[in-house]
Design a protein around this ligand. Sequence first.
Ligand code: CA
Length: 694
Amino acid sequence: MLMKNVLRTLNLSVAAVTACISVTSCTDNRLPQADTQDTTSSSVSEEVPVGGLEAATPTTVDNRPDIVVVVADDMRWDIMSGEGHPFVRTPSIDQFATEAALMENAFVPLAVCSPSRAAILTGREPHLASAPRIAWRNNSFLQTQRTFAEDLQAAGYTTAYIGKWHLGDGSEPKKGFDHWESFDWLGEMFDPVVHINGVPQQFTGYADDILSARADEFMQSQAESNKPVFLMVGLKAPHLQFEHPKRYDNEYADVEIPKPDSYDEDFSVSGKDQTIKNWLGISNFPCGLKCFKGKWDIYIKKHFRAILGLDDSVRTLRSAIAHRKKTDNTLFIYTSDNGYTLGEHGLTEKHMIYEEPIRVPFLIDFPGQQDRGYRFDGLVSTLDIAPTALDYAQVSIPDYMTGRSLRGLIDPEISEDDKRRDWRDELFMVYPKWQVGLRTDRYKYIESLKSAGHIELYDLQSDPNEMQTLHDDPAYVEVLSDMQQRLQSLTEDNQWSRRIKKPVEKMLVSSAIDSSLADQIAQTTSLGSIPDINTVDENGLSWREVERNENGFEIGNNIQENSTVLMALPIEGTHSWDPFVRVFIDTPYESSMYVGGKSLWDNFERRPLDFPNPPITDQRALMILRFDGAGTQAIKLEVEAPEGTIVLPLESDKALATAERSRMVGWLGEWNEEYMCSKKINEDHSAKAEVISW
Ligand SMILES: [Ca+2]
């Protein structure tokens, strides 16, 4: 709940944001204090311990570089005027591209927010980072994962995170960061409440203006520090609802922006899976054109206006490093957590592994190392950010990271041939339940996880827009075979397995208890072992086994007001990888979930929930559901996990590997699990998005 009575309104209007950058009174006194201890010598590698375990020796000048990583939200690789886009304008990003190295073929491993951000922070594939799907408000990510911020912090860096987090709730500071500014969940695009080291503050203005100004202030606060700084910024633009600063209300007003050539693509001809268009078709997706009065003109121009706001933020953030006086000793990386489909293939949104969603802008700058304006066209991943940062910080790169340092790729001392020889030639890509595949320099191969047997093969050299699958073209028989074998190998190398879903067959249901005791009992119970059905505890609580009937689980029809019933579902893990188990709950009642002594979600209703990961990595978990004053309707549950990785001990069947595929597909309908768009926006910049987004 927002503490509105203690919010301090700073009234940072759009105009005032810029002014605040150089006004000391705007500086928040909770910024970390600079380490101004006098230092004299100037040793780098010889004085700074490598390995990420010890702080830098305070008696030496620490010449390790500052590191700034800026992650946009949903910016596609080619929405840059400097790359020849005919309509969009990105002057600051273009300028940056002339100073930096541009990775022309950069990709995310999974094209939605939470998994992609988990990959950036850990240097691991999202499923290995325990975040294969949207985290919603699941805060368990950091309970099992170590981010490169922790490695840098341990190595003596001052670390800060400012902006959208989206790996659970962002309001509380997270481990690995000395300074923390984020939102309760995703935050508002206008007049956001920013939680600064856990304390909410009300701001006025456009979120990215505020975040970039806050980042600049943070860098100012470190101006006299001798410690190197790591700053990560999560900008919010151009994510739906494509909100933009008011100053750009009239941009592109007189321009006619045509639809892309593939807007009316016929999937029956091109060979794509029609189920994708049924979901993400620009005319039928809940926040495709429907969110923009049904008009292409409004949709595309709002996106491009949001890009202008993003471009301003990049300018502010580039100038921010000057306030550290380490312009020539700062590694600066700019990318996005995923791309975006803007009408291509008749689609909107991200998710799939086509170029538009999965390919992102990627600029990397370390002055004095790379040639200005250098370009590399090999396959780069956002998985590479963490190892690259650690490499520059002279911290050893953990073995578990699957990304690779980009340092050698931008080193002009290394020949292009040598760079190529040692670099990767394929990338694994997935969107759970929909697509898995790989991309090489020339080809992309896709297997549908939705429509059994549906495959696609694109020759990106002759068909860069992926307009015609060639999987059944006799000329590509060998290519197809090679790509299929490569996918098999990558799947095994990455310890990735398909996720399957099955209904829960058996639960434990408690006797009715007084609701005033329910929270405490539920939390305590969720810490323990499987409840014994033969005993009554000191609270009068007893348990019985209940089997699912055709309607689901009946939990009793005589539960009175002020009474509560608990349900218990034990789960055991069989593998240490991909421990992310999802429990879908379909209930007509308001209810709550507890695992490991914590309440994970209060008062949910008909909502899929992410089961937390830590108990599974500990090999055992007890999930408790709470229903207050339940009536006569049944409750349905379904678990989704990687094939063969969990066991439900109450049930006679073994791991999910042996379970038949879900018989209950359909009872949640085609639940749009990632997205609920409830409100159309209008062109008024002040419209508040009520979308739950990612
Ligand atoms: Ca995103």
